[in-house]
Design a protein around this ligand. Sequence first.
Ligand code: ATP
Length: 234
Amino acid sequence: MSLVELNNVQAFYGGIEALKGINLEVKAGEIVTLIGSNGAGKSTTLKSICGQVQTKGEIWFDGQKITSLEPHVIAQSGIAHVPEGRRIFPRLTVKENLEMGAFSVKSKKLIKERIEKSFVYFPRLKERYHQTGGTMSGGEQQMLAIARGLMMNPKILLLDEPSMGLAPVLVDQIFEIIQELNSTGMTILLVEQNAYQALQIAHRGYVIQTGEIILQDDAKVLLTNNQVREAYLA
Ligand code: ATP
């Protein structure tokens, strides 16, 4: 079943058309990756789903049309967005950052349970529980950003360049965690410049170029596609 569907979606920043009518689908249980060069429209695609940019066309989530809903309504309906550059709260502790992630959850018990659950994937966050976010390493901050996204118990996780700026060993760790999350049922839309590793863990992929989807296929097929190899895997 399709969990997220974009039908002929255009996105605009003032007069600039950043997405030129794209079609994209993420089925429940999938990891789908969106790859492309700088400025191709990857982040804009995620922002369109989250209601953070002006769009035309239709965006569906879990059987409901979400086009032009307010961002906080979209978030509460089950879409977690982990934006590029992590954007955790640097002066707040790990605990406080995670609590902020559960902004609309009233039950303290439920919040505690979800924090405990996040330690299964991110044991490092347990060790750093009372440390302020800004003093942690880039990899730890990325883990915190993802864990915070999970605090609303979303149906889909939209990850924007989670490997950016991380040392190779941490990049591997982040990709492993993404795969682990998916194996326990989380649906993931992954935006990455690191096309090779993204396609290694994804089921399907889309290639975006100057606001248009130019290719879409099973990730394994894209890995062997000449155009992809030359432009994105070199
Ligand atoms: P990157 O990896 O560099 O972030 P991207 O594929 O995510 O690239 P987007 O950030 O989606 O690209 O940008 C798509 C296009 O929209 C680019 O031409 C960019 O300059 C433009 N754009 C993005 N944000 C804005 C903005 N706030 N105002 C005006 N133009 C913008």
